[in-house]
Write a protein of this length. Structure first.
Lengths: 378, 217
């Protein structure tokens, strides 16, 4: 019968928790393709940026500042949601850079223009005006971003171990794409309004308001679907669900882009984007809740020996390995919620340290245990 | 180290065979989008020309009648598109190597101020691109509806053409908060010298066909 210590080692092994991410892997072809396409994307984007800097510098700076702040907010939010076997910062950064640079510059910019133009040539300008974006972006952009998740999964197979990892990594890739696209829309807004910086700010407000149900969410759903489609050592492949989520992300993206054509200029014009946003948020929340149990189980297996040692209480373990609402309920029920939060934070650090040290009883782990004891003191 | 590399799985030049499939799949996708599709687009011609009686909505309340035989590369024909057209919109009509690009957006000044603004932006863009174009003096243009604008011709290394600027006063709308809105329209007709001269009649006719619903003098 497996002991708690065996279960801890199993959790570390299966989750990849505590592993570092190394982008530079000369024997991994995904590394070379990643570098090649990021460089190609940067080259294409630099042409755009130099034009924007020359003629629309006010709009470019406005976009950089406003969407830089928005990016910081969403990065915090995604990290906040990734509370168990956290995606390492290096892997998250590699995902963000792929979305912001490679997926836009080496895929979507040229691909979108070509396909939109082909629709106009084949079916007429009015058809392309109504449906061109909806029949182009979901394929070009979701596949470009999803390609990044696939490359990073190939670069870090021991770190992307569950659909939850796919969801979080996809969200970082999608956020990079979204912010890069937002900045370009800011100066395109000015360019389309004879250089008016005020038009750039109208674009910034509109893109910020609609930023919740956008690329970071679509690609999060796509990323979880991709991991489910492929399967991982501890997560059997569920191909229909995986494919359904990937196609679902593309469908929601397409319906969002077709909102104007579907809704026309009546009251229905508001219904379509609201319905799509609700569907995206609902699907993302469903995937988030559905993919968490295995991460929680890994947390429970990792920390169970600490309960035996008396470092962590059973109720603290329930809070640590429970949902956000369970965590809040636990904290509120304590005599000193502030102390309870401090203790749980220290226990979270202990969990990360144990994972980093492969389950060994190292000096760093002992220091982390001492920090837990210290946190209990008022 | 979190590497997928395993000694037993190494192939050509030490590359891990397990990484080849996904990496080549991603590379193929990038080549398809950034090389194959643009090449296919460049080789494809327009199948749908505009017909007599077709009208393009260049912005909310502003229309242009395209010359039959030209193709609508971007923009919307009145009665053919469902997506509402706002006050900021772009239209492009093409024929052979010649294009007529129409950009509309709110603008507070007069046609001359709009043309000056457009020239300043063009000069900054030309400077950034290392290109240059010489322009003629300005001359007045008038649409068949009697709306006045200002134009100038330009000659570049490989393209030449005409830029026309109008500023129309539109009826008050919800967007303009009850005030008459001023809408700027920039028309750029450009192409290689021969085709532009050949299409000059079509271009002039299209510019003169620009109309404003409920025009204010």
């Amino acid at each position: 019968m497996p002991t708690h210590s065996d279960a801890r080692l199993h959790a570390i092994e299966q989750s990849g928790w505590g592993e570092d991410f190394h982008l530079v892997q000369p024997h991994n072809l995904a590394f070379w393709v990643y570098c090649l396409l990021v460089v190609a994307g940067a080259y294409v984007l630099s042409g755009q940026i130099s034009i924007a800097a020359a003629a629309y510098s006010g709009a470019l700076i406005s976009g950089l500042v406003a969407f830089g702040l928005l990016a910081a907010g969403y990065l915090w939010f995604i990290h906040y949601g990734d509370r168990y076997t956290t995606v390492p910062a290096g892997l998250a950064a590699a995902g963000f850079v792929w979305g912001a640079v490679a997926a836009i510059g080496a895929f979507a910019l040229l691909g979108n223009d070509a396909v939109m133009s082909l629709y106009a040539k084949a079916f007429g300008g009015s058809f392309a005006f109504d449906w061109g974006a909806a029949l182009t972006a979901p394929f070009d952009e979701e596949l470009a971003k999803g390609a990044g998740v696939l490359l990073l999964l190939t670069l870090a197979p021991r770190l992307v171990r569950s659909p939850f990892d796919g969801l979080i990594l996809g969200a970082y890739v999608g956020l990079g794409f979204q912010i890069s696209e937002d900045i370009s829309y800011a100066f395109i807004g000015a360019a389309n309004s004879f250089g008016d910086v005020g038009a750039a700010w109208s674009t910034i407000v509109a893109r910020t308001v609609s930023s919740l149900a956008s690329h970071w969410m679509y690609t999060g759903i796509f990323g979880a679907g991709l991991v489910w489609f492929l399967g991982r050592p501890d997560v059997p492949a569920r191909r229909r669900l995986g494919l359904g989520l990937m196609l679902g992300a593309m469908l929601m993206h397409g319906l969002w882009d077709a909102s104007g054509a579907i809704g026309g200029d009546g009251v229905f014009a508001w219904v379509v984007p609201l319905a799509v946003a609700s569907a995206a948020i609902g699907t993302f929340a469903w995937v988030y809740n559905e993919t968490q149990p295995i991460e929680r189980e890994w947390m429970r297996e990792l920390m169970a020996p600490e309960v035996e040692l008396g470092v962590v209480s059973p109720s603290e373990l329930d809070a640590l390995a429970g949902s956000r609402s369970a965590l809040r309920t636990y904290v509120r029920g304590q005599q000193s919620p502030r102390t309870a939060k401090r203790v749980l934070r220290a226990e979270g650090e202990l969990a990360h340290q144990i994972a980093r040290d492969g389950g060994a009883d190292t000096a760093a782990v002992q220091r982390a245990r001492a920090a837990v004891a210290q946190a209990h003191r008022p | 180290m979190a590497s997928a590399v395993d000694a037993a799985a190494t192939g050509v030049r030490g590359i891990d065979r397990r990484t080849v499939g996904p990496a080549l799949l991603v590379l193929a996708l990038a080549v398809l989008m950034s090389v194959v599709l643009p090449m296919l687009d460049a080789e494809t011609s327009y199948r749908h020309q505009v017909h007599s009686g077709d009208v393009v909505e260049v912005a909310d309340g502003i229309t242009l009648s395209p010359t039959p035989g030209w193709a609508l590369a971007s923009g919307a024909l009145v009665g053919h598109a469902r997506t509402p057209i706002g006050s900021t919109a772009a239209t492009q009509l093409v024929e052979g190597g010649v294009s007529v690009y129409v950009q509309a957006a709110p603008f507070a000044g007069d046609p001359s101020a709009l043309l000056t603004r457009v020239n300043r932006i063009d000069a900054e863009l030309e400077h950034a691109r290392g290109s240059a174009a010489a322009t003629t003096g300005r001359y007045p243009v008038t649409t068949r509806q009697g709306l006045a604008g200002v134009a100038e011709d330009f000659v570049g290394v490989s393209r030449q053409g005409t830029i026309v600027a109008f500023v129309f006063r539109l009826p008050p709308s919800a967007v303009s908060q009850g005030q008459p809105a001023r809408e700027g329209v920039e028309v750029v007709a450009a192409g290689p010298a021969g085709p532009v001269s050949q299409d000059r009649g079509d271009i002039v006719a299209m510019i003169r066909s620009i109309r404003v619903r409920h025009a204010h003098a």
